[in-house]
Design a protein around this ligand. Structure first.
Ligand code: SF4
Length: 249
């Protein structure tokens, strides 16, 4: 069994509840969405080679043919993960990792047995795959896509089922907000979340300026979003993409 991947490297988590944590990143290829603000559009198609960092955060990479056998990927990840205290966790990111759930079910259990903590970044659209992967996943960072921000529509029913399947993990939600976010859609979404997921932390992520997105969301707008969500949800924070502020890709 093989994985379609893009890169393996050691860096700093830049988003969400664990921003600032040292992680190894396994970036997989392929996505079932096409978000307007996507900052990894190149991962939608699998490249011919996987870029693998030679030593943690060293910045030198070598190439391995893609797709890559699960066993070989496990060896690479164990090597770069190194001593347990160096990295907080292994981030499985993309693209959308759950598109490759069968390969992940083979890759992750032996890594966990060696003490690797598994952190999954997902767009939250594949609840059945999440059900299968949840027993071998420690932390789940799930996107809640707003149509007026992302330009894609994910039905609430799909997101609700996904949240139920991920609940056994350390789950948090991440919602990107932009200058184009519609306040009515935002309010409808947080009030809908409040009915069954008020206890799950929500991170509001102001979109990072790039391409057609020219500037930061004005702070006063971000504050109104935090305040409105905090009226109905227990834990709401706003955290920008820290890795971009640090000059990392
Ligand atoms: S789900 Fe993530 S990787 Fe896929 S298009 Fe949207 S932002 Fe990009």
């Amino acid at each position: 069994m093989a994985l379609k991947a893009a890169e393996v490297f050691s860096s700093i988590q830049g988003e969400g509840l664990y921003a600032g944590a040292r992680q190894v990143f396994l970036r997989l290829s392929g996505c079932n969405l096409k978000c307007r603000y996507c900052d990894t559009p190149e991962t939608r198609e699998a490249p011919s080679v996987v870029m693998v960092e030679s030593k943690p955060a060293g910045g030198d990479f070598y190439e391995i043919a893609n797709p890559i056998a699960v066993e070989m990927m496990a060896d690479i990840l164990i090597k770069i993960y190194g001593r347990r205290k160096l990295h907080h966790s292994l981030s499985i990111t993309g693209g959308e990792p759950l598109l490759q759930v069968d390969a992940l079910l083979k890759l992750l259990p032996p890594l966990r047995e060696k003490g690797v903590r598994i952190y999954l970044e997902t767009n939250g659209t594949l609840p059945e795959a999440m059900r299968r992967l949840a027993p071998v996943t420690d932390i789940v960072a799930m996107d809640i896509k707003l149509e007026t921000a992302a330009g894609v529509k994910v039905p609430h029913e799909v997101q609700r089922r996904f949240i139920e399947e991920a609940r056994g993990t350390d789950l948090f939600l991440k919602m990107v907000v932009t200058a184009g976010t519609d306040r009515v859609e935002f309010m409808d979404t947080v009030q809908w979340l409040a009915k069954f997921a008020a206890d799950i932390p929500l991170i509001l992520q102001p979109v990072t300026p790039f391409g057609d997105i020219r500037g930061w969301l004005p702070p006063h707008m971000l504050i109104t979003y935090i305040d409105a969500a905090s009226e109905v949800l227990e834990s709401v924070r706003a955290i920008p993409q820290m890795h971009k502020l640090l000059g990392q890709l």
